[in-house]
Ligand binder design. Structure first.
Ligand code: SF4
Length: 313
């Protein structure tokens, strides 16, 4: 039909079937900023971990299709136990989240009994249950500074821990984990980008190495990068995070040119979900992600504390 926008990413029949199933199941689709463009196109909401957690906790939908990685579906299940949480791709995992287990964290806590445990949202529900409060990359420093404790066990991302340590007087004791995707960004990549795109601001995620973070123009989570480009006067921007965010940035500022800081900056777990898998997930109501009641209550308390502290920022 003339004037109708035609998507090249998702087949119209797939779109229609998903829309019908969503209505039938009272479902919504939440997608992380790093998801494929075809998934973003189908989403009711696209956002960072904090935004998706917040929507999961407050939506009136009965079914949430979480297009992200496993820990995100677990967070939704912890915050909204009465809802059905579907993860379209059961193998969508996060290597960073897998770098800490509740057993190892309990041993660490015994070593530092006076420390508060601050855990990045990129962690399993069982690890969140062992924590005092969760954080995202956007609110980590503010949450740490709002705590009474002078000593913080920061779990599990060492690079984010380092970034936070530059914004607080508290003693930060990092876990040794790292994001395999952001860890790949090097200073050499950054220098090459500066030469190739002189004058373009370089934005990097705080999961990048400290030496990269030091040389960037701005260090931001995905939500922060979106807000940055909204207000920039620059004609082109270099982006040091997972390539899926470029789709979001282009929608926000179609007039700008965006360049990925390092070639192939992909998170495999974030790319497993496709339009067909969303359709199959809604058809079969699989894979359902649940959290056991004893873990759920404590994990939800850590997440809820973060949401409360973030809403007062
Ligand atoms: Fe995990 Fe890094 Fe992928 Fe995020 S980008 S899901 S932290 S591996």
């Amino acid at each position: 039909m003339f004037g109708e926008e035609i998507s090249l990413m998702v087949l119209p029949e797939t779109k229609e079937r998903i829309a019908a199933l969503k209505a039938e199941r009272k479902a919504i689709i939440l997608a992380h900023n790093y998801q494929r463009e075809e998934v973003q196109e189908l989403a009711d909401h696209i956002g960072d971990s904090l935004e998706l957690s917040d929507i999961a906790a407050t939506t009136e939908a009965e079914v949430i299709v979480l297009c992200g990685v496993y820990f995100m579906a677990e967070s939704a299940a912890a915050l909204a136990p009465e809802k059905t949480i579907l993860l379209p791709e059961k193998d969508a995992g996060c290597p960073l989240a897998d770098m800490v287990t509740p057993e190892k964290l309990r041993l660490y806590k015994e070593k530092y009994p006076d420390a508060a445990v601050v855990t990045y949202i990129n962690s399993s529900a069982a690890v969140k249950a062992e924590s005092d409060v969760c954080v995202t990359s956007a609110n980590a420093a503010a949450v740490v500074n709002s705590l009474d404790a002078g000593r913080i066990l920061f779990i599990p991302d060492r690079n984010l821990a380092h970034f936070v340590s530059r914004q607080t007087d508290k003693e930060i004791i990092p876990w040794a984990g790292y994001c395999v995707t952001h860890q790949r960004v090097s200073v050499v990549d950054l220098q090459r980008a500066r030469q190739a795109y002189p004058g373009a601001p370089v934005l990097v995620h705080p999961e990048c190495r400290p030496e990269v973070v030091e040389k960037a123009d701005a260090v931001l989570g995905t939500g922060g990068m979106l807000r940055y480009v909204k207000g920039t006067d620059a004609a082109e921007v270099v982006v040091g995070t997972e390539e899926g965010l470029l789709s979001c940035l282009r929608r926000e500022r179609p007039d700008l040119k965006f360049h990925l800081l390092s070639p192939g900056l992909l998170c495999p777990g974030m790319k497993y979900t496709t339009a067909d898998k969303i359709l199959a997930s809604l058809e079969n109501m699989e894979d359902r992600v649940t959290v056991s009641p004893e873990i759920r209550e404590r994990a939800a308390a850590s997440l809820q504390r973060m949401l409360e502290l973030s809403s007062t920022e």
